[in-house]
Design a protein around this ligand. Structure first.
Ligand SMILES: Nc1nc(O)c(N)c(N[C@@H]2O[C@H](COP(=O)(O)O)[C@@H](O)[C@H]2O)n1
Length: 376
């Protein structure tokens, strides 16, 4: 059995205009003393505290539990005095001279596999360096932290890391402190960057508490982790629209597929029998339009109106294998293939066995079937 992923608490302070810093080199103090004390208590309750490389460069925080009483409490509970301190980097460009590396106990740096060699050489004994695959994958970070026994993770910024975890649907709770002033600087970093957030106007977070900490307002939100986001439903509906472009056939399904990068950029779309090719499948047509070495593929989602095929007469490689070969790790589909042309399509099983997350969206199954109503 795999270890559970940690509970993820994202803690941030921002100005009333949504900025977590200004654009000057000095660190901007947003919180009141009372709110800094709350942050210290949250750290004391956490097994690990995580920041991104940008925050390490701009703030160089020590990321420690400061209050001796809290350190003593952790020790009395049989825990290390300080939580595990974690940094995420996409480039591996981390400066070993920073204060962060020279305080506290254990440290881990996560980076894409390609960056780990140079980073490990640079950091030496200062931290353990762990690869997260072809990209900086927050899910892989949580899996690894879970395996280390981390049950409660505090994410402390900055905006890129907030966005990475929130858009991936990996945050359980947000504690957002709002400082009573404006930054008013377009170049100042914002609480989050643009992205496809599962929580939108139609899918609101639960406001679990509000309090005043000195002059700072604390908002506590509970964030349900929806497996399927509103953006997933919209993009799968786009795949259904794509399936309506298929040249009709009495002997094959009409399927539509989209490949969408993590930041919402559509990489390609395709449909069955596209471009006058009677044999091409929708997923195959879409994947063929993306260079195999596109670094966005491992973070991308394939949206398809029908389960990717597992056996195929028309061509040697079934679509489930093409998806695996592409490096895509997430598939959203509307409809499992009925036993009409093949007795038992195993596309979902093949993908899941290889560790791909497969999500079904039953709300769109009827629409995907309707495009194929003539097949009976
Ligand atoms: N997922 C998917 N996408 C398409 O575009 C398709 N045409 C199909 N069809 C299914 O794939 C299997 C083999 O098809 P061939 O007839 O050998 O091309 C079979 O299960 C079809 O129903 N699937």
């Amino acid at each position: 059995m795999t270890d559970p992923r940690p509970y993820v608490l994202l803690s941030a302070a921002m100005s009333v205009d949504g900025r977590i810093d200004d654009s000057s080199p000095e660190r901007l103090l947003l919180s009141s003393p009372e709110d800094f004390d709350r942050v210290d208590e949250l750290r004391a309750q956490s097994d690990a505290v995580l920041i991104g490389a940008g925050t390490l460069r701009s703030d160089d925080p020590r990321l420690l539990v400061n209050a001796p009483a809290r350190q003593a409490r952790r020790k009395a509970e049989g825990r290390p005095e300080q939580p595990l301190r974690v940094v995420l980097t996409g480039s591996g460009d981390l400066d070993p001279a920073r204060r962060f590396w020279h305080h506290g106990d254990a440290r881990v740096a996560y980076a894409p596999d390609a960056a780990t060699g140079a980073l490990a050489a640079r950091l030496g004994a200062l931290a353990e360096v762990v690869g997260t695959g072809a990209r900086l994958d927050p899910g892989a970070v949580l899996d690894d932290l879970g395996a280390r026994g981390v049950r409660r993770l505090m994410v402390e910024g900055g905006g890129a890391v907030h966005t990475l975890f929130l858009t991936a649907g990996l945050v359980d709770e947000i504690q957002l402190a709002v400082a009573p002033f404006f930054v008013g600087d377009a170049d100042a970093p914002a609480f989050v960057r643009p992205g496809l957030f599962p929580q939108d106007a139609a899918h609101r977070m639960t406001l679990a508490g509000t309090s005043a900490l000195g002059d700072t307002a604390l908002l506590r939100y509970l964030v349900a982790r929806p497996p399927l986001t509103p953006a997933d439903r919209r993009l799968l509906a786009e795949a259904v629209a794509e399936s309506r472009l298929c040249p009709p056939s009495d002997t094959a399904y009409s399927v539509g597929a989209l490949v969408v990068a993590e930041d919402g950029t559509e990489l390609a779309r395709g449909h069955s029998r596209e471009g006058g090719d009677p044999k091409v499948h929708a997923e195959e047509a879409a994947l063929a339009k993306i260079p195999a070495d596109d670094p966005r593929l491992p973070g991308a989602t394939l949206y398809t109106t029908l389960e990717p095929c597992s056996v195929r007469a028309s061509r040697p490689t079934p679509c489930a294998q093409l998806v695996l070969a592409s490096g895509i790790r997430r598939v959203v589909l509307a409809w499992r293939e009925p036993a009409l042309f093949v007795a038992d399509c195993q596309g979902v099983e093949l993908l899941e066995q290889a560790g791909v997350t497969v999500l079904e969206c039953p709300e769109l199954a009827a629409e995907a079937r309707a495009v194929n109503a003539h097949l009976g």
